[in-house]
Design a protein. Structure first.
Ligand code: BGC
Length: 513
């Protein structure tokens, strides 16, 4: 090997060691996570006492019943939470009005109809990206756009003249006064439409629907509003009766769980059956009171400082797909400035905030730490991210650059998975059952090659270190946010349904929609 080659490989080794040292702050020890779990428990307790005096709000969702496969009929679901709006028409094939049958007939029918799979049929679904001008427009423009979209969809499905219940998934922090009343507290993720915060979003949707409908149009009854985590949990409960937690790790992040009313000091009603309710934790706000500032790196701090929502959603900023690539970008800029990566020259693409796409992080993580193949995915991702005409990359990417980028990418995604596992653990120990099924969804956890297994690994570490007996089952509740909304609408119907009258010895059911 020539002395030039030797020099270059020494320099590359030095760069790797230097980068390793500088980004160690992205690695938190298990003891750190135990401390973070204790802090989170305190916030959960505070939230269950009072929404006003807490950071992690633990919102009451008023969803108290889970699906029992007796749901029946057609329902609409609407989902708003990311860059698209989605609508779905579902039919549930649970047993029809069993109580209107004689008990022997009822038993016979129940046995015949015992379904093996969730008895759901998708009639139609549609998705529309929210145009930029609507995204940056007023709340009224946003809801009018959504209403127009639903009406179009309803007409396509020949629902004119039909009364149909709709479940609305709205994935932002809301205070609910009932199942179909929800005041937006703050926008999160990239949303910021004026005129919505402080208002009941169900009323806004209903007003827009009224504006966009006329006599020949269906009567769409918005019967419930839920969070995407709640939808995911509800959908998971159809698959596993032990499902106690709903989790989303996508553009945003959050979790919900089923809690006993007796453990919720702020529960405003009596403790009638069912004695439980789904709590939307809004745990993305954990850390907004600075209790985990010690765990943040300077890159996290700068990201927060320059974000749309300063000092809000700190936990979410450490976890979700919207922010992880931005942490990576900021980290890279530091290493470039110190001459450790890209010979100290910044490719122009990296100057623009939020310019790295989340999908690249999943792709890069597919390479292995001690990759004999020389990190092929990382090389491909970099080639895709940067202009190939940049003279800096005319000979491709140096081995040390690739290794360093892979290393910090993985540190960021793994830290995110550890924070998620930590939140799940902190919730799971509040649940009496040893067996806890967790329904999850979201682009990051679903599309990343190892994210889910890292979450499971960390949960097992918690079991081992604490000696607390728990068995976890992670269920992918694909599109649970959408299905969940329809299921909740169907549950509302199911719950209201047992209304009967007896006439001349016969039982008749009165439908209340
Ligand atoms: C919102 C939550 C939502 C989560 C996942 C967060 O930004 O505040 O309500 O559940 O994103 O979509």
């Amino acid at each position: 090997m020539s002395s030039n080659n030797n020099e270059s490989s020494n320099k590359q080794q030095q760069n790797i060691e230097h980068a390793d040292l500088l980004t160690k702050s992205l690695i938190l020890s298990h003891e750190d996570f135990e401390k973070i779990s204790t802090l989170l428990t305190k916030e959960f307790d505070r939230g269950l006492r009072s929404t006003k005096d807490s950071i992690v709000k633990m919102y009451l969702t008023y969803v108290r019943s889970l699906p029992n496969r007796e749901e029946h009929g057609r329902y609409l679901a609407l989902d708003l939470g990311g860059t698209n709006v989605r609508v779905l028409l579902l039919e549930f094939h649970g047993p029809p009005s069993l109580l209107s049958l004689k008990s022997s007939q009822r038993r016979q029918q129940q046995q015949q109809q015992e379904p093996k799979k969730p008895p759901i049929e998708i009639i139609d679904s549609s998705m529309k990206p929210i145009p930029t001008e609507i995204f940056h427009g007023t709340g009224q423009q946003l809801f009018d756009f959504i209403a127009e979209f639903i009406v179009e969809f309803a007409l396509r499905n020949k629902l004119a003249g039909v009364r149909i219940a709709l479940g609305f998934t709205f994935s932002f922090p809301v205070v609910q006064q009932g199942l179909a009343e929800a005041t937006l507290v703050t926008w999160t993720k990239a949303f910021n439409c004026p005129g919505v915060v402080g208002n009941d979003v169900v009323r806004l949707l209903k007003a827009s629907l009224k504006r966009k409908t006329h006599h020949s149009i269906p009567f769409i009854d918005v019967v419930a509003i839920i969070n995407d985590t709640t939808g995911t949990l509800i959908y998971g409960a159809l698959q596993d009766k032990n499902c106690g937690i709903g989790l989303i790790v996508g553009t945003g992040s959050n979790a919900c769980y089923v809690e006993y009313l007796s453990k919720i000091e702020k529960w405003p009603f009596n403790y009638s059956d069912p004695k439980q309710v789904v709590i939307n934790c809004e745990c993305g706000a954990f850390g907004d009171n600075h209790v985990i500032d010690w765990a943040l790196t300077n890159w996290d701090r700068r990201l927060n400082y320059e974000s749309l929502n300063l000092n809000k959603q700190i936990h979410e900023k450490l976890i979700s797909g919207m922010y992880l690539p931005e942490i990576l970008r900021r980290c890279l800029l530091t290493l470039i400035e110190l001459g450790i990566v890209f010979e100290g020259k910044t490719p122009i693409e990296l100057f623009r905030p939020y310019s790295i796409k989340t999908k690249y992080m999943s792709f890069i993580d597919q390479d292995n730490e001690n990759d004999e193949n020389n990190f092929p995915n990382t090389r491909k991702a970099l080639a895709d991210m940067f202009n190939s005409k940049n003279p800096l990359f005319k000979n491709g990417f140096s081995d040390s650059d690739v290794k360093i980028i892979h290393m910090i990418n993985r540190r960021i995604t793994k830290r995110s998975a550890n924070f998620v596992a930590n939140a799940l653990w902190t919730l799971a120990i509040r649940i009496d059952n040893v067996d806890v099924a967790i329904a999850y969804d979201g682009s990051l956890i679903c599309l990343h090659p190892y994210y889910r297994s890292w979450v499971e690994e960390k949960l097992n570490e918690f079991i081992k270190k604490t000696g607390i007996k728990k068995r976890f089952r992670l269920i992918h509740a694909n599109d649970g946010s959408l299905y969940g909304a329809a299921i909740v609408a169907a549950i509302c119907y199911r719950e209201k349904r047992p209304k009967f009258i007896k006439k001349r010895g016969k039982i008749y059911e009165i439908t209340r929609f």
